[in-house]
Design a protein around this ligand. Sequence first.
Ligand code: PGA
Length: 251
Amino acid sequence: MRNRYVIANWKMNLPPEGIGAYLDELGSAPKRDARLIVAPPFVYIPEVVRKGRGIAVAAQNCGDQKSGAFTGEVSAAMLHDVGARFAIVGHSERRNVYKDTDEMIGRRMAMALENGLTPVLCIGEDLRVRDAGGVAEHLSSQIRAVSSDALGLSGEVVVAYEPIWAIGTGRNASGAMVAETVADIRSALQRHWPSSRWDAPILYGGSVTPDNVGDLVANGNIDGFLVGGASLDSRKFLAIYDGLVGRLARA
Ligand code: PGA
């Protein structure tokens, strides 16, 4: 049975209700079958670790080098030191706005694994690629680009499928579309990654809300969610979590 995760990606935001109230709400929910994870901006990681009552913490990125003259970067060892246990790598905002390359993302993954962080590798296509029918090939090339150096290290790797056209747009992929793409991702993992990685959990992200979570869970063949906008409200985020675990409990 694969691990299931529901991750709140706050991006460069804080929950309007405040970090303490947000975490109290999450902490009071029964935890079943899937792990709740919060990914705050770097500087709030210690506060979320302290107030999180066992909720796991992810960094939104991690440095691609061990240490040295890399202004603005935070190393995986430092993130582990302050209590993070996961690191999102290769988010499309990093790839597109900050020009993270596949090579850098592969090194970030390796640094995460070497330092006891579980990397959450984001992949996804833009609308141009989808309209041209190139989704499987595009995702396969993003998966292939992660070097065998990174993949030879021990530790879990999580994949997050996030179609760029669905991120922050209110336009989510349908469950059926996600299932088809998850099958493409699994076959790319089998072609390009060592067999120990073939069964990696695959999450979906892109305009997930309490309203569309039912279809995504019922039909998407996914192991959880990476949630942006809706994760800033603890009740909405928990409703998404309940949508996943409630369905699992009935299955
Ligand atoms: P969204 O963001 O839920 O606001 O679309 C998802 C993400 O970027 O991880």
